[in-house]
Ligand binder design. Structure first.
Ligand code: FES
Ligand code: FE
Length: 431
């Protein structure tokens, strides 16, 4: 066995960090996991936050978290706290959670409701559009209009809220949104309510969380609850005589299901653009096994009230939507479950999972939270353990990048390729 020789702590001088990072990016071996410093180095973590999370569209929340005018949430991305608020015209806005007086944090809570945004320090007051409407003792020449809150770019993609911290966000989001809207719109996430939300801390690098999400090679050995609803041949395998019949049968089920769903106005064809654009994404609608209705322990709907009155049946499969760098989502007939990955440090990551149901569904009557959340609470915890094992392994001197399966890990490779491309663009000063 050879041992990897890369240092984990990069030389802290800024120019040296850039040079070492460039060298690591240039020698990345396609088809293999990344070298250890990408998972362990705090200097590379800072570069990740600048070049990836500082410049791309990040999934942070769902619109039902701010359902009414005045509802707000705060989300932290690196050093930045972002205030997301629904205004009186029902538009959702995002601002830096920083007062224009002397910079105080404005809202400390994770969520709530307010009439105006009042700074706790000297009570400068902003309306829900971010305009400064009140500031005592500032004199007659003070120009309130020059002290509005700093805006953050936000897009509401059929109920999924993405922000971008860059001055000029990647332009291709609009094209991604146009292609995804027909898939997502029928599920009416904008009209849902949040039934449950869980924040899970993983003691591992955010890229390990994402890599783990981009394959189901590990599913059979680790996810007894999730695999109840997955077809045996539905999540990739090396094809051979032993499984040719099963794969062909599954492909026929997909073809028949797609024809049925497309006829109902539900786009189902796969789109595969994880590493071919700046705003990488992927989608597909897959049938589920057994009752085939939902990602629950018995594969039946978790909520009796379906997401849309137009849904005439419960078995609409699972529409999955994956985005680079930090999210994945599953849209079913009865609920939507969304995952937002927020890096906290090189070795710590938060996964925020949100379950949404029809806004008129009644807890205890139409759905039970424990049943709704059972599969993904169990699966998330299993994934947390796998990410933590991977992170611990990457810290060993015996770690060296290992080969990806060409059959079941091609999307992990797509994630790493996208990441390396985006980091190369950042290091070279490009976009
Ligand atoms: Fe906000 Fe002074 S820092 S009012
Ligand atoms: Fe998993």
């Amino acid at each position: 066995m050879t041992t990897q020789t890369s240092t984990v702590t990069l030389h802290p001088r800024a120019a040296d960090v850039q040079a070492q990072l460039s060298a690591l990016l240039e020698r990345r071996r396609a088809g293999y996991s990344l070298e250890a410093p990408f998972y362990l180095s705090e200097e590379i973590f800072k570069a990740d936050m600048e070049y990836v999370f500082g410049r791309h569209w990040i999934f942070v929340a769902v619109a039902p978290q701010v359902a009414e005018p005045g509802d707000f949430i705060t989300v932290d991305v690196g050093q930045d706290s972002i205030l997301i608020v629904r205004d009186d015209d029902m538009n959702i806005k995002a601002f830096h959670n920083v007062c224009r007086h002397r910079g105080s944090r404005l809202c400390d809570e994770h969520q709530g409701s307010l009439g105006n945004i009042v700074c706790p320090y000297h009570q400068w007051t902003y309306d829900l559009e971010g305009k400064l409407i009140h500031a005592d003792h500032m004199g007659d020449t003070f120009l309130r209009e020059q002290h509005s809150l700093h805006k953050v770019h936000l897009r509401n993609l059929e109920g999924l809220l993405f922000i971008c911290l860059a001055d000029e966000p990647p332009q291709d989001f609009e094209e991604v949104a146009a292609r995804m809207r027909p898939y997502l719109a029928p599920h009416k996430l904008n009209e849902c309510k949040v039934a449950a939300q869980v924040e899970l801390i993983e003691e591992g690098n955010w890229k390990l969380t994402m890599e783990n999400n981009r394959e189901c090679y590990h599913c059979v050995g680790n996810h007894p609850e999730l695999t109840i609803s997955l077809y045996e041949h539905g999540f990739g395998a090396q094809p051979g005589p032993q499984n040719a019949e099963g794969i062909a049968r599954f492909e026929q089920i997909v073809k028949d299901s797609h024809a049925r769903w497309e006829a109902m106005g539900l786009p189902s064809a796969r789109i595969e653009e994880l590493d071919t654009r700046v705003t990488g994404f992927r989608t597909q609608r897959l049938p589920m096994d057994r009752a085939g209705e939902s990602q629950t322990m018995n594969t039946e709907v978790a909520c009796k009230k379906l997401l849309s009155d137009q849904f005439t049946e419960k078995s609409l499969g699972g529409l999955s939507f994956w985005t680079q760098p930090n999210s994945w989502h599953h849209f079913m007939s009865d609920h939507v479950v969304s995952f937002s990955v927020i890096p906290l440090s090189a070795g710590r990551t938060m996964v925020r999972t949100t379950w949404c149901v029809h806004k008129d569904a009644v807890e205890g009557v139409d759905y039970d939270v424990a049943n709704l959340t059972a599969v993904w609470n169990a699966t998330n915890d299993q994934d947390r353990r796998l990410v933590e094992f991977s992170h611990a392994g990457a810290a060993s001197k015996a770690y060296e990048p290992g080969p990806y399966s060409p059959f079941t890990e091609s999307l992990v490779e797509a994630f790493c390729t996208w990441y390396v491309d985006r980091m190369r663009a950042g290091v070279s000063g490009g976009r």
